[in-house]
Structures are given as structure tokens and as C-alpha cells.
Design a protein around this ligand. Structure first.
Ligand code: ADP
Ligand code: MG
Length: 140
């Protein structure tokens, strides 16, 4: 499998509870390298553009408000098969269904406030990384 890059976001429910380091430890232990990272606060409009694919879903408005409610940590992860590996470390969207030891099993509060985002494919990863980072910010 090739070396890939994927976008990860530590969500407001996790930054609020001071879990950035604990989550990063799980990512690094799994073999993912954090090659870029910054803490920012999105406007609701910026969150809305990021999650545009979910525009028709009933939770879209709630999701955008949540993502703009408090600071988030956006990061680029690199590694072998990084996109799928990160999804595995994150666990299922609903923490009740997430496997033992996953980030969402250990830290998520609910299906909405589920602590972490990860790109779901190569095309999405390219768009999502470009949304937050310039090439100069990714030293590798
Ligand atoms: P994932 O983040 O696992 O890729 P989705 O792409 O399906 O999940 O959904 C994006 C985000 O929208 C989820 O991580 C979660 O924060 C929120 N979400 C998904 N489903 C629901 C739901 N039924 N109710 C509230 N929020 C939801
Ligand atoms: Mg998704």
C-alpha cells in the first residue's frame, strides 16, 4: 500500500475537554505521522463549506453549529494506507458502535459530538487538506 495523506480534525467536544494530546498519542501509536497541525476556530459558514456533502442530511445545521462552537485542531496525517488506517483508529461514527480502543469509543460523547473527523477517501482527502493547509505548511 502506498504512503497517503489524510485530513484529521480534533472536534470541539475534545478540545474543550483538553484531549488533544491523548488523541494525538493514539494517532501516533497507530503509526500515523502528524505532519501539519494548527488550532483554529471556524465560522459557521466555513464549517458549512467543509461539510457541504452533508447539506441534505437532517443534522447538517446542528453539525455546522457544533464545529463552529469552539476551537478545533486540524491536522494532516501521513503514513501507509493512512486514510483507512485513520478511520480504523477513529472507530465508528456512533461511539456506541465503535470498537474497543478506538478514539470514538474512548472519548466521544454522542454520534454528533464524536471527537474526531477523518477523510473517507483519496478525493475527499485532497479537498479537505487543501481547504486548511498550503503546501508550505506540510514539511513532511
Ligand atoms: P464520519 O465522521 O464517521 O465520516 P459522517 O460523514 O456520516 O460520519 O458524518 C459526519 C459527521 O456528522 C459525524 O462525524 C457526526 O459529527 C455528524 N453526524 C453524523 N450522523 C449524525 C446523526 N445521526 N446525528 C447527529 N450528528 C451526526
Ligand atoms: Mg464522513
Amino acid at each position: 500500500m502506498a504512503i497517503q495523506r489524510t485530513l484529521s480534525i480534533i472536534k470541539p467536544d475534545a478540545t474543550r475537554r483538553n484531549l488533544t494530546g491523548a488523541i494525538n498519542q493514539k494517532l501516533e501509536k497507530a503509526g500515523l505521522r502528524i505532519i501539519a497541525q494548527k488550532r483554529i476556530k471556524l465560522s459557521k459558514e466555513q464549517a458549512g463549506i467543509f461539510y457541504l456533502v452533508h447539506k441534505e442530511r437532517p443534522f447538517y445545521d446542528e453539525l455546522c453549529s457544533f464545529m463552529a462552537s469552539e476551537p478545533i485542531v486540524v491536522q494532516v496525517l501521513e503514513g501507509e494506507d493512512a486514510i483507512m488506517l485513520n478511520r480504523k483508529v477513529m472507530g465508528a461514527t456512533n461511539p456506541v458502535e465503535a470498537g474497543e480502543g478506538t478514539i470514538r469509543k474512548e472519548f466521544a460523547l454522542s454520534i454528533g459530538e464524536n471527537s474526531i473527523h477523518g477523510s473517507d477517501g483519496e478525493t475527499t482527502a485532497d479537498f479537505e487538506i487543501g481547504y486548511f493547509f498550503s503546501g508550505l505548511e506540510m514539511a513532511g
